[in-house]
Write a protein of this length. Structure first.
Length: 309
């Protein structure tokens, strides 16, 4: 047994040494770790990368949610309307209301915001799966100094995983013209620029409607309760669907969803904007629900004008 433990310890130390050497070699070659893959704290690359971006960043105004918050909300418009640059977008791909609730609690224990903004539509309510994430570890990660970062790589990542991810990471962190972009602005949004963008026919025609998971409405209600309990204001923007697709989908199902979300938000006297009350031209989109940077600005301005009336 002692021989086995020694071999295991030797393997662990050697792996940690090789991982550390690789990270420092990368930083020496490229001058920074800006395009380096994040430690795998969760089972979502985007979530991991956003946690790394948000580390040690406290903000009074926070945008949180799925890619419909990450891509569709314009940072400059938010800053202008919040009258503050203490703003941070902590959204990432595919977060459900359950995931958003967990992330909000973790971030609030690190930095209590005055106001949160969620941009969402029915697609965020269709899955019953939650991201594999340790809420307590995420909370601690937000405030961890750079000197301890190697610990998270050793604990969660392998050299092989990092090598596999490096090529992808450099692409998605250096281009706005891809669906998978994680090329953030200064505040954490990832705008989708149409110049050079190749639109997927499948995504262009992908319907957002489908069976919803009722538990996600319960989590939205929990988010509102959490905000009320912690004196955090909440804005909920119903994200648009491109006009050409909107005319093809099950409006009965979509209208039932918007009515349900509006009922939950207004029950707690929070601001709710339904952008589906107007039609949004296809030219503003890169697929059925994700807006280009031009579309994101128009949508964000539309929502704040509704609130400020």
């Amino acid at each position: 047994m002692n021989h086995f433990i020694k071999k295991l310890l030797l393997f662990t130390v050697l792996s940690a040494f090789l991982l550390a050497a690789f990270i420092y070699a990368y930083m020496y070659k490229f001058g920074s770790l800006d395009s380096f893959p994040p430690p795998s704290l969760t089972n979502s690359y985007s979530y991991n990368d956003k946690l790394l971006f948000c580390r040690n960043k406290k903000a009074d105004y926070v945008c949180i949610g799925s890619s419909l918050s990450l891509n569709n909300i314009d940072s400059k418009t938010c800053i202008q309307n919040f009258h503050s640059d203490s703003y941070l977008n902590i959204s990432s791909w595919g977060l459900t209301m359950a995931d958003t609730y967990t992330l909000l609690k973790s971030y609030t224990n690190f930095s209590k915001p005055k106001k949160i903004l969620i941009s969402s539509n029915i697609i965020d309510f269709r899955s019953n799966e939650q991201k594999k994430a340790d809420a307590e570890e995420i909370e601690h990660f937000f405030s961890m100094p750079s000197s301890t970062m190697l610990f998270y790589y050793i604990k969660h990542s392998t050299l092989k995983e990092l090598l596999d991810e490096i090529k992808q990471s450099k692409v998605i962190k250096e281009s706005h013209a891809t669906y998978e972009t994680l090329y953030y602005d200064a505040y954490g949004a990832a705008p989708l620029h149409k110049d050079g963008f190749t639109i997927s026919d499948k995504r262009w025609e992908d319907s957002t409607t489908g069976p919803v998971q009722k538990i996600q409405y319960m989590y939205l209600d929990s988010i509102a309760i959490f905000c009320k309990t912690n004196n955090i204001e909440m804005l909920f923007f119903q994200s648009p669907i491109r006009e050409g697709l909107y005319k093809k989908i099950d409006l009965k199902l979509l209208n039932a969803h918007t009515a349900q979300t509006e009922s939950i938000i207004k029950k707690y006297n929070y601001a709710y904007v339904n952008s589906l009350e107007t039609l949004w031209n296809d030219s503003l989109f890169v697929d059925g629900t994700h807006l280009s940077s031009v579309g994101a600005k128009a949508y964000t301005e539309y929502c704040f004008k509704k609130i400020n009336k």
